[in-house]
Design a protein around this ligand. Structure first.
Ligand code: G3I
Length: 457
């Protein structure tokens, strides 16, 4: 008999983005108006638009200096290509192995890059012991897996692919058959609720392929997300893998926008493009993302063509020697072109306060995103450097009366109620010009009126 989901309270997702002034004048113009300056790397240019540019990374290649040279120069988000999958992290039931994935996380932390976790559940790359399981035993194993892996990386992951590729190809718009699906149709929402409990600060995504245009498969997913949002199942984002063979479909941007309109972030999660029109196709994908204010970032699925899973198709931005291709240039130019900055309008109507000034603070902004429910909230705060690099930062927030912080991550903290100061930890104090880092905290009480100020050093 399938496991029943634990009862849950309805989650009131209040998304509130408040940009506060740590940057005055010209610095603020860089953050809010991407056309004010042109970045010279993918990561810096994306950051000027309030977005990230990431790459899938293999732990085994971190000892290659050509590989890491490009990675650390160009990319500010990392997805482990295989190291966080179920077969890698739980090779025997209940025995967790994090060595390779930890290596990637340590690299990211040392280089100011954020992490997308991939993937907590998937019908592929399950360990043999899970492949042969079914029913309640498999459901419980899945819950235990998510609890352990998301718990191990709590506070270190920007977004998790909680469920990967659960919808069928073709015209049905329905779920893919798999051992997980056969545990009951509610397995996806159970996975999301379990992930939220294990790491309340991570954004939780559904990720899939062949969903790049408006088609039966993407519409099936759209209907699921709409249902989740209406019932308070915690979902924050949808990933569009975008393994393409040329230009994206003509309704690519419209498809991203219809998901964003449901109240989730959208991200391009595994981009690679084959074919002779590659440079134009990359530019078209970037432009579509920039045109959707909730499209928060783009990840390419590998660095050099020789790193790609699509052997012989040369679908990436760097050739086998690590040289920039024409597709790199068109991608960078598109990132430096016109586009909206990321803004997340409040779902309910809390007052969005005007930006307080930040006398004495040099060159940073702090933007808070709230996940709020009855009696508590999680705040994720993104610190973005202005036109000069930071050598450390302090963010000050004043909590509403009665609110108390229960835990915080990726920052040192003084105080737990009233006015609280957060200072960078060792690995995230140095933030390049236009680059960002994130920290967060969980608290009881109300998150109303949070208005962080940032001071840089
Ligand atoms: O590490 C072993 C090696 O020791 C062994 O000798 C070799 C022999 O087959 O296999 C190696 O493992 C391979 C692994 O990649 C690392 O290279 C696996 O066989 C191979 O199956 C695995 O492929 C990965 C694939 O997912 C698995 O389905 C690809 O690297 C990875 O790029 C790909 O990524 C997926 C995303 O997770 C989800 N979306 C689609 C995307 C592309 O398929």
């Amino acid at each position: 008999m399938p496991h029943r989901p634990t009862p849950h309270r309805v989650r009131l997702r209040t998304v509130l983005a408040l940009a506060t002034a740590g940057v005055i004048g010209a610095g603020a113009a860089v953050f809010f108006n991407g056309s004010a300056s042109a970045g010279t790397t993918l990561g810096a240019s994306a950051a000027e638009k309030g977005r990230y540019f990431g790459a899938a990374v293999a732990a085994g290649k971190l000892s290659n200096s050509t590989y890491t040279g490009i990675l650390d120069r160009e990319f500010n988000m990392i997805t482990p290509e295989n190291e966080m999958k179920w077969d890698a992290t739980e090779p025997s039931q209940g025995q967790f192995r994090y060595t390779s994935a930890d290596q990637i996380v340590a690299h990211a932390q040392a280089h100011g890059q954020r992490m997308r976790g991939h993937a907590l559940t998937w019908h592929q790359q399950q360990p043999g012991w899970a492949q042969s399981m079914s029913g309640t035993a498999l459901r419980n194993a899945m819950i235990n897996h998510i609890t352990n892996v998301a718990g191990h990386y709590k506070g270190k992951i920007y977004a998790w692919d909680v469920v990967n590729e659960a919808f069928a190809d073709g015209g049905s718009g329905g779920r893919r058959d798999s051992n997980l699906q056969r545990t009951g149709n509610d397995w996806i929402e159970v996975a999301f609720r379990t992930a939220r409990a294990a790491d309340p600060g991570a954004k939780l995504c559904y990720n899939d392929y062949n969903t790049d245009g408006i088609n039966a498969k993407s519409t099936g997913i759209y209907n699921m997300v709409r249902d989740f949002k209406s019932r308070g199942v915690p979902i924050d984002c949808v990933g569009f893998q975008s393994h393409l063979g040329g230009l994206p479909p003509s309704d690519y941007q419209a498809n991203l926008q219809r998901f964003a309109d449901l109240g989730v972030d959208v991200q391009i999660t595994e981009l690679d493009i084959s074919g002779s029109n590659q440079a134009n196709a990359y530019a078209a994908v970037v432009k579509a993302c920039l045109a959707v204010s909730r499209c928060t970032g783009i990840t390419v699925w590998g660095i050099r063509d020789s790193d790609s899973w699509r052997t012989g198709e040369n679908p990436l931005l760097f050739d086998g020697n690590g040289n920039k291709k024409a597709a790199y240039t068109s991608t960078l130019n598109a990132l430096n072109g016109p586009g909206s900055t990321v803004s997340t309008p409040p779902v309910s109507s809390p007052p969005v306060s005007s930006s307080p000034s930040n006398p004495g603070g040099s060159g940073c902004t702090a933007v808070v995103t709230l996940n709020q429910w009855d009696g508590g909230f999680v705040a994720n705060i993104r610190v973005t450097a202005g036109s000069a690099a930071l050598n450390g930062w302090t963010v000050t927030v004043t909590l509403a009366s009665g609110a108390t912080i229960t835990n915080a991550w990726s920052a040192d903290r003084s105080g737990g109620s009233g006015t609280v100061r957060f200072t960078n930890v060792a690995y995230n104090g140095q933030v390049g010009a236009g680059q960002s880092t994130e920290f967060g905290f969980q608290a009881t009480g109300s998150g109303a009126g949070l208005s962080p100020t940032c001071a840089g050093r």
